[in-house]
Design a binder for this molecule. Structure first.
Ligand code: ADP
Ligand code: MG
Length: 331
């Protein structure tokens, strides 16, 4: 059963530049099911709309970001709610307890002039009634220990911690109420490779223990290969391919996925791999047809006129590409 369901979701940035209205179609027709007990990866180059999609899924939509169409449903045993239509109070009631968010850069969560303890106290005070300091120490201490973090981080200011430790503390904060869904946006991007591994392992352990859902956004395909169960590849505001991670890496179908996976460095591989030439298109005025057309080696006339829909071509493997449809006999 999906926990998050989106249908033809469109979320645009509507801005005015020198009095001229400009619309950036950052998320443009995303239909996606995210399941219980899975780690779903969202991949794609910078500027493809990954963070915008996360913001919408978490209900963090404020101008200039506007939901133009579609919906986002959060499904639990108790209810199904449309996240995009919840009022602030209703949103507060599901945030952190049901759905939580690890943002890009921990410093937006950790207050630089407050000790970590204070941040946890504020957070717990708003979201959970605790009887007093003793219970606080117990609950937070247990949680930190279960994540393998030293309890005395509580006595530190954020700047006294390393980048990796700050990110782990942010994850501890985002998971302390045992949410069913955790959205993590590039949580490892600013970290060096060794520290990255620790943070990824931490997320993996949390998911394994609590069987919740982790949505992991990163442009780093190596992280997807190591962490996720399923991966969705975004290009220019749309999902172009979705599959089990194993299938995606074994047999990517969309040319964009091939480029992303092909540009992964491999052990013993001395050749410099060229990734897809060019850049993602500017999203204020996309060309008609497939958005990848100008970077695609297999582009045909049809691709410049019609937008390929996302279709299931093998079990659990979806792709949006006319060439693949032809090759696989999907009409
Ligand atoms: P990603 O996370 O994949 O790098 P984003 O979701 O951050 O992509 O950005 C998608 C598009 O939306 C980009 O073209 C970006 O420039 C634009 N964008 C992001 N934030 C804003 C904003 N606050 N105002 C206007 N445009 C924005
Ligand atoms: Mg981003």
């Amino acid at each position: 059963m999906p926990v998050i369901h989106t249908e033809d979701l469109k979320a645009y940035y509507v801005t005015k530049v020198y009095g001229v209205e400009r619309t950036i179609q950052a998320v443009d027709g995303v239909s996606l099911d995210i399941y219980e007990d899975e780690i779903l990866g969202i991949a794609g180059e910078s500027g493809c709309g990954k963070s915008t999609l996360m913001k919408v899924l978490f209900g963090m939509v404020k101008p200039p970001l506007t939901i133009m169409d579609g919906r986002v449903q959060y499904i639990s045993d108790r209810t199904t709610v449309d996240i995009s239509s919840l009022n602030p109070a209703a949103l507060r009631s599901i945030r952190w307890k049901d759905i939580s968010y690890v943002p890009q850069g921990s410093m937006s969560v950790l207050n630089p002039v407050r000790k970590i303890r204070k941040t946890f106290q504020d957070f717990m005070g708003t979201h959970q009634k605790l009887s007093g300091p003793k219970e606080f120490q117990q609950v937070v201490g247990d949680h930190l220990r279960s994540l393998g973090l030293p309890v005395d981080v509580l006595n530190a200011y954020p700047h006294q911690l390393s980048g990796g430790m700050q990110q782990r503390v942010t994850i501890a904060l985002a998971t302390i109420l045992h949410p069913r869904v955790i959205f993590a946006d590039e949580p490892t991007t600013a970290l060096d490779v060794v520290v990255q591994r620790g943070v990824i392992q931490l997320l993996k352990n949390i998911q394994k223990e609590h069987h919740n859902t982790v949505v992991m956004v990163t442009h780093d395909m190596a992280v997807h290969a190591n962490l996720t169960d399923r991966v969705a590849i975004m290009y220019a505001g749309q999902i172009v391919e979705e599959a089990k991670t194993r299938d995606m890496f074994k047999k990517p179908l969309h040319c964009y996925s091939k480029y992303l996976i092909g540009s992964l460095p491999r052990i013993g591989d001395k050749a410099y791999r060229i990734s897809a030439p060019g850049n993602p298109p500017v999203l204020n005025d996309p060309l008609p047809g497939c958005r990848f057309q100008d970077r695609c080696p297999d582009c045909s006339d049809r691709c410049c006129k019609e937008t390929p829909p996302l279709r299931e071509v093998e079990e659990g493997h979806k792709v949006a590409c006319f060439r693949v449809f032809d090759e696989m006999g999907v009409s």
